[in-house]
Ligand binder design. Structure first.
Ligand SMILES: C[S@@+](CC[C@H](N)C(=O)[O-])C[C@H]1O[C@@H](n2cnc3c(N)ncnc32)[C@H](O)[C@@H]1O
Length: 267
C-alpha cells in the first residue's frame, strides 16, 4: 500500500525492523493486529504519513562517529584539495545520501569551511544532501536543533556556527548556504544521482546508517548508484556497522581499519 500510494519501496527493508515499526503504529492507533490496522489504514488517509514516519528512521547527530570526521578533516580534505589544485580544478562536489535532519552535511560544511579559511584557499564547494523524508528535509533546511543533536560538537565550533535561543541551536546562514537539500530516493530506478546535482561526479559521498535497513539485494542496487556517482579518486563514508556488499568489495578499498571510509577503485 505504501509503495502503491507513495512510491516508497520498503520491500527490501529488514523484516524485523519493519515488524517492530509497524507494531508501534498498531499500538498507537489502538488496533489489535495487523489486519485491523490494515483496515484502519484504508479508512484513515492521514495514517499513511504516520506509518511512513516510523518506517524512515531519522536518528542523527552532528559529528556522529567523531573519528570519521576527524579523519576526513585531517586527511581527506587536504588530499582532495591537493588533487584539485594539481588538476587545476576549482570546485569540489560532496553528496550526503540519506541526510535526515541535516546534521551530517552541515558537519561536513563546517569542517570544510574551517579548513578553507585556515589555509586561505578559495574553492567552490557543492554539497548536495538528499533524503526520501520530506519532513526531515524541511527541518534540515531550517537548521534548528535541540541539545541532543549538538552534544558531540566542540565548544569552539558550537559558539562560532550556532546561535542559541532557549533550548534550541540554529546553524549560521554562512553554513546553511553551503548545503543544497533535495528529495532523492536511493532506490529510484531511473536516476543514479539527484537530478539537482546534474551529473554526480562526486569527490566525497557519505551514505551512513542507511544501508543497514536494507537487505543485500537492495544494498547492491544502492552501491551501484553510489559507485556510478563517484569521481575517480573519490571517497565513500559508511556508517560504523556498514560494509560494501560482496559485489562491491573489490571496488572500494578501505583507507584504514579504524573508520568505515573507502576509496573508489578505478573502473
Ligand atoms: C538513520 S538516518 C541516517 C542519517 C545520517 N546519515 C547519519 O548517519 O546520521 C537514515 C536516513 O535514511 C533515509 N532513507 C531511508 N530510505 C531511503 C531511501 N530509499 N532513499 C533515501 N533516503 C532514505 C531516512 O529517511 C533517514 O533520514
Amino acid at each position: 500500500m505504501v509503495k502503491e500510494q507513495r512510491n516508497f519501496d520498503f520491500t527490501g527493508s529488514q523484516e524485523s525492523m519493519l515488524e517492530r515499526r509497524i507494531q508501534k503504529r498498531i499500538h498507537a492507533t489502538n488496533n489489535k493486529n495487523i489486519d485491523d490496522y490494515f483496515e484502519y489504514l484504508n479508512n484513515n488517509s492521514a495514517e499513511i504519513d504516520n506509518l511512513i514516519d516510523v518506517l524512515t528512521i531519522n536518528v542523527s547527530r552532528f559529528f556522529r562517529n567523531s573519528l570519521s570526521f576527524e579523519y576526513i578533516s585531517s586527511v581527506i580534505i587536504p588530499k582532495l584539495i591537493f588533487q584539485k589544485v594539481q588538476a587545476n580544478e576549482n570546485s569540489l562536489r560532496i553528496w550526503s545520501a540519506g541526510c535526515s535532519y541535516g546534521e551530517e552535511p552541515y558537519s561536513i560544511a563546517i569542517i570544510f569551511n574551517e579548513f578553507l579559511n585556515k589555509e586561505k584557499i578559495s574553492l567552490k564547494l557543492n554539497i548536495f544532501a538528499t533524503d526520501i523524508d520530506k519532513k526531515a528535509l524541511k527541518h534540515a533546511a531550517a537548521g534548528k536543533y535541540d541539545s541532543v543533536s549538538i552534544k558531540n560538537i566542540k565548544y569552539a565550533l558550537l559558539d562560532k556556527y550556532f546561535t542559541q535561543k532557549e533550548d534550541y541551536f540554529t546553524i549560521s546562514s554562512e553554513i546553511k548556504r553551503m548545503v543544497q537539500f533535495s528529495f532523492f530516493d536511493l532506490l529510484d530506478k531511473n536516476h543514479h544521482v539527484p537530478q539537482e546535482s546534474i551529473f554526480g561526479d562526486f569527490d566525497l559521498v557519505l551514505c551512513r546508517n542507511v544501508l543497514i535497513y536494507f537487505n543485500p539485494e537492495y544494498q547492491k542496487n544502492i552501491f551501484n548508484k553510489l559507485y556510478k556517482s563517484m569521481n575517480k579518486d573519490s571517497y565513500l563514508v559508511l556508517g560504523e556497522s556498514e560494509v560494501p556488499v560482496e559485489a562491491f568489495k573489490k571496488k572500494f578499498k578501505r583507507v584504514n581499519n579504524i573508520t568505515k571510509i573507502y576509496r573508489k577503485v578505478g573502473e
